[in-house]
Structures are given as structure tokens and as C-alpha cells.
Ligand binder design. Structure first.
Ligand SMILES: Nc1ncnc2c1ncn2[C@@H]1O[C@H](COP(=O)(O)OP(=O)(O)OP(=O)(O)O)[C@@H](O)[C@H]1O
Ligand SMILES: [Mg+2]
Length: 276
């Protein structure tokens, strides 16, 4: 269990976490949603030990971040940050291998290379193994960084908007793989998403952040309501259940007024018949 207790984070004068407490169970996909600038990335960086909280406690398996050396703390993590630019002269395979930085020596172990190639194969990107990463598309970079995070075989996996550059196919490849691996390996997985419908499909537990607080948490079916969407984003929405019982969020354009229904093809057909 990853536990956050009475966490306070302030950057300059901005309060980004105020007495924030929550716990994250292993083997579950936890998804954070919330408005731009509300502190989602800051929270991930704080859990990783990149940002020093003003107060509060972060612990994993009864060891607190304060008491553990930062390098030992980070060894437990796979972390995919929000920034996906890869402006370095390395091949895709080399970047994936960097996920195992602790194990890399002067000579590369064949089993590590095999592991990296398998990671690429599982997400359908083996064909890119020898390509330079600075010549990849944005979405391809994002998938490669995902493979690198998996390569760490982490206990805690954090992903900051991991599908922001991905097409529909790769969004589901990444999230489905993540879900399966989280359950098989009992990882604590924490991911930031903006797409509420993807969050509804993949989250076992949803944490809704606003103004330094977790304003709602729980299973998407229990907490995703039009009132919550309005409160958090100031957007009107309809929330229905799809045929699988998963919430479906349809946002409504501001100032939208329904138009008269347009003529359907069969109406046009009958009109033509009348004219004849
Ligand atoms: N190092 C920093 N020093 C001061 N302020 C910062 C720093 N990093 C981020 N901020 C500010 O903290 C706020 C939260 O930033 P953060 O990146 O955590 O937001 P976010 O919820 O991830 O937003 P987005 O959805 O746009 O990614 C923003 O107003 C940002 O400008
Ligand atoms: Mg962010």
C-alpha cells in the first residue's frame, strides 16, 4: 500500500496539496483527474521525491520517504513524466534499456536486450528497435517511454498523461497492457488522464483533484456524475451507462441550443415520392 498522510505542498505561493490523505492499493489502476494547473504532475513529482512537501508523510510498505534514501526510494518506481520529447542521439532499444539503468554495466547482458525487445514486441513496436528516437513521432516517443517504464519492473508505476499523443489504437494498447500488468504483478499504478471516458473504462479507483484537495474518490461508476463534472470543470455533461455498465460522459457545448431535426434519408425518399 502507498500511503499519503496529511500532505501539504506549496510552490511559490501556490497551495497545491492541503492536508491531502489517500492510500493506493497494489494490483489496482488508480487514475487522477482534475483541471489544468491543479497540481496533478506536482503530486506525482512529490511522490517520486522530486518536490519536497512542506509537511506530511509518504510511505510505501511501512517505510517512509523521509527515512529511506532517495535513490533507494526511487528504485521502487517506474515513472513516465508528462514531457515526452526525446532529443537524444540514442536508438529506441537503447532508450528502453535505460529503464534498467541500475543493472547496466560496461557490457550489456543478452538477457536484458531480450527483455527490452520483448517489451517492445508486447506493445507492437519491435519494428522501431533500431530507429533513432529523435526521429520518432510524438506518439511513438510516448509508447517508447512507456516500454522504458515497464522495463524497470517497478513496484509503483506512475504515468503522467501517458496517452496524450496516442491514436485510438495505441491508447487502448497502452492502457490494456497497463491494466493487465498491474493486476498480474500487483503494482501500485497511478496515472493522470484528462479523458474522462478512458478514466471511466480503466480506473479501478478515481481520485478527483481540485484546489489542493481530493474532492472525490472511488470507483468511476460511483462518483462520475454531471454534478461532479460541473463542479470540477464547470462544464455541463450527461452521464449515462453504456451497454457494459460503464459510465459514458457526454459533454454539452456551452450555449448549445437544440436545432430542428434535419431530414433523414428515408424522409427525403418519401418527400420525393410525394412530388412524383
Ligand atoms: N517549479 C515550480 N515552481 C512554481 N510553480 C510551479 C512549479 N511547477 C509547477 N508550478 C505551478 O504549479 C501549478 C500546478 O502545476 P502542475 O504541473 O502540477 O499542474 P497539472 O495539474 O499537472 O496541470 P496540467 O493538467 O496542465 O498538466 C501550476 O500553476 C504551475 O504553474
Ligand atoms: Mg500535468
Amino acid at each position: 500500500m502507498l500511503q499519503v498522510n496529511k500532505l501539504n505542498v506549496t510552490l511559490d505561493t501556490l497551495i497545491l496539496a492541503k492536508d491531502m490523505s489517500f492510500s493506493l492499493e497494489p494490483g489496482k489502476v488508480h487514475v487522477i483527474i482534475g483541471p489544468n494547473g491543479t497540481g496533478k504532475s506536482t503530486l506525482l513529482k512529490t511522490l517520486f521525491g522530486d518536490i519536497q512537501p512542506t509537511s506530511g508523510d509518504i510511505s510505501f510498505r511501512d517505510t517512509s520517504l523521509k527515512r529511506k534514501q532517495i535513490s533507494r526510494w526511487r528504485e521502487q518506481f517506474g515513472y513516465m513524466p508528462q514531457d515526452i520529447r526525446l532529443d537524444i542521439e540514442l536508438s529506441v532499444l537503447e532508450v528502453v534499456l535505460l529503464g534498467q539503468l541500475n543493472a547496466l554495466g560496461l557490457r550489456l547482458d543478452n538477457s536484458l536486450i531480450k527483455q527490452a525487445l520483448t517489451a517492445l514486441e508486447k506493445i507492437g513496436l519491435l519494428h522501431l528497435a533500431n530507429r533513432p528516437v529523435n526521429k520518432l513521432s510524438g506518439g511513438q516517443c510516448q509508447m517508447i517511454l512507456f516500454a522504458q517504464a515497464l522495463m524497470r519492473n517497478p513496484k509503483i508505476l506512475m504515468l503522467d498523461e501517458p496517452v496524450s499523443a496516442l491514436d485510438l489504437h495505441f491508447q487502448h494498447v497502452l492502457l490494456d497492457h497497463l491494466d493487465t500488468q498491474t493486476k498480474q504483478q500487483s503494482w501500485v499504478t497511478l496515472m493522470v488522464l484528462h479523458d474522462l471516458n478512458l478514466a471511466a473504462q480503466y480506473a479501478d479507483n478515481l481520485l478527483v483533484l481540485k484546489n489542493g484537495h481530493v474532492v472525490a474518490s472511488g470507483h468511476p461508476s460511483d462518483i462520475l456524475t454531471p454534478a461532479l463534472v460541473k463542479e470540477v470543470y464547470d462544464v455541463n455533461a450527461e452521464v449515462t451507462k453504456d451497454s457494459y455498465g460503464i459510465p459514458f460522459i457526454r459533454t454539452i457545448r456551452p450555449g448549445f441550443t437544440p436545432q430542428k431535426p434535419t431530414l433523414q434519408p428515408h424522409n427525403l425518399q418519401s418527400k420525393r415520392t410525394i412530388c412524383l
